[in-house]
Design a protein around this ligand. Structure first.
Ligand SMILES: [Zn+2]
Length: 419
């Protein structure tokens, strides 16, 4: 007996199919032929800023127990045939890669995976690594998928979550999904926080439902296979479900974040945990995006709460110069740090000063530099008057704040999972 790991990535396109679906079709077929699939298949999310990412940038892997070399040949035949048949090969952006690997998941293998999750690797990097560890790979077209296929096999899931996916029958792909929203709220009420990110409580948004024409009807995220299975029993739908599959994932673990020590070390297309001080009062840009500058001794970076983060922007607007923050987020196209969550470590004291009040009750005006104040109502003068300075009450408290589930990145850890 020996273990065979199979990794699959980049079989889907932006508007159809889904690598998780292809993976579960393949697993069902292998089981049908009597092969033993052990453990849950794994859905591993890679760097959200990798430029050629597929939708959601997720790669898949699973493990088989095999007896002979003949078994190996049969498995390869089944897997490759199905990939060829079900991948969206006509889409220019779809470049599937499949990896077969027998052996140990070494520390080096884990490091490769973490690099694919935190950095951006090339197809050549992946080929070099596969050759080095003796993994066999198959590339369709450019075969970019081998980067993620390898990463999905080697990913160290020290922290992990589970996602249960319900798939639609093909006739319904592209049609509006018929999910009973009431049942989703009920499910959330009785299973949270064992399941999470089911709904946005503030605005009634259902987060388990995708918004692409893919085969997925809904996905339930949770802490254990039992939690998502139990929650699934509570969901009512008004359309047939073709099948259900549960994946072990690195979603919601913050595995993509690199702890950075100074702002000048930050690089575009990577995700970080970084501390700094708010430099200016946040302002709202066209499109409803809220921006402020974070600075430290080494430099500064604009931080953004984009429009889709909705009510989260209200919290960001309450920040003030001098506030000390720990920000979690990634640096995108425009060199701006997209905030996933932040912690207020220290709140700055904010003061406001006003001219003195006149005896008549009117607020006085400056009489010119060094000349004190005068009243425009009664004409009184105050030569040695001084401004009244007072502290403004802050509308925000120290602590952690996060974007709503509808705006959460797959990899981003919700506060309910922190500590
Ligand atoms: Zn007066």
């Amino acid at each position: 007996m020996y273990d065979l790991y199979i990794g699959i990535d980049d079989t889907d396109s932006r508007d159809g199919m889904c690598t998780t679906y292809i993976c579960s079709v393949i697993i069902d077929e292998l089981k049908h032929f009597g092969f033993k699939v052990t453990d849950y298949p794994r859905l591993i999310r890679l760097n959200p800023f990798a430029r050629f990412k597929t939708r959601g940038n997720g790669a898949l892997s699973f493990k088989l127990k095999l007896k002979s070399q003949n078994d190996m040949a049969k498995v390869k035949e089944i897997v490759l045939k199905r990939i060829e048949e079900l991948s969206e090969l006509e889409d220019e952006m779809t470049n599937p890669g499949i990896v077969f690997y027998c052996g140990q998941i070494t520390e080096k293998f884990k490091s490769y995976s973490l690099e694919a999750i935190r950095d951006i690797l090339s197809i050549e990097d992946a080929e070099r690594f596969a050759d080095e560890i003796g993994a066999q790979y198959f590339k369709f077209k450019k075969g970019r998928g081998i980067i993620g296929a390898l990463a999905a096999i080697g990913c160290p899931n020290t922290d992990r979550t589970y996602e249960l996916l319900a798939y639609r029958i093909p006739e319904n792909y592209g049609n509006p999904r018929k999910i009973d929203y009431e049942s989703v709220f009920e499910m959330n009420k009785s299973t949270y926080p064992d399941t999470f990110d089911n709904v946005n409580c503030d605005n009634g948004y259902i987060a388990i439902e995708p918004h692409t024409p893919c085969p997925i009807l809904y996905g339930i995220r949770g802490e254990s296979p039992e939690a998502v299975e139990n929650a699934n029993k509570m969901i009512k739908v008004y359309e047939p479900i073709e099948k259900i599959a549960i994946f072990e994932t690195n979603q919601h673990t913050d595995m993509h974040l690199i702890r950075a020590h100074k702002i000048s070390d930050l690089e575009q297309f990577k995700c970080y945990i970084i501390e700094g001080e708010v430099k200016n009062f946040p302002y709202t840009r066209e499109g409803g995006h809220v921006i402020f500058i974070l600075e430290d001794d080494s430099g500064e970076i604009p931080c953004a709460a984009y429009e889709p983060t909705k009510e989260f922007r209200e919290i960001v607007r309450k920040l003030a110069p001098g506030d000390k923050l720990r920000v979690y987020g990634g640096i995108g196209e425009k060199g701006t740090l997209n905030i996933e969550k932040f912690e207020i470590l220290e709140l700055a004291k904010i003061f406001k000063s006003q001219n003195p009040l006149c005896k008549c009750g009117k607020r006085m005006k400056s009489a010119g530099s060094g000349k004190g104040y005068k009243c425009i109502k009664c004409g009184a003068k105050l030569k040695d008057g001084i401004k009244n300075t007072f502290q403004i009450k802050r509308e925000i408290k120290k602590g952690l704040y996060e974007v709503p589930p509808s705006a959460r990145r797959h990899l981003s850890k919700p506060l309910v999972r922190m500590n």
